[in-house]
Design a protein around this ligand. Sequence first.
Ligand SMILES: [Zn+2]
Length: 103
Amino acid sequence: MEKIFTDQNLMLVANVQNLLSAEGIVGELRNTYASGASGSLAFTEVWPELWIDGRQVIRAKELLQQISEKSELAWHCSRCDEESPGNFDYCWHCGDTAPKLAR
Ligand SMILES: [Zn+2]
């Protein structure tokens, strides 16, 4: 297993996991408790991480590259006004649906 993505925001990491699983790459989320419901952990705790099976790491990194390139086309959520990457079908912040699907 190899860690290929990490972010402070669990929903963002989970969204990357979903995008990769749509391509047949099964990822494993770790440290999800860090931003869980407890809310008592300091922000210096480890961030949620996405781990990928070693045989799929190269393919996963290619997809991540594509995701980050498309992410320049960000959109603003109509509900909470947070900005989400263009390839996200749902707001990372509140889970609302994107105004128009990027795919
Ligand atoms: Zn939102």
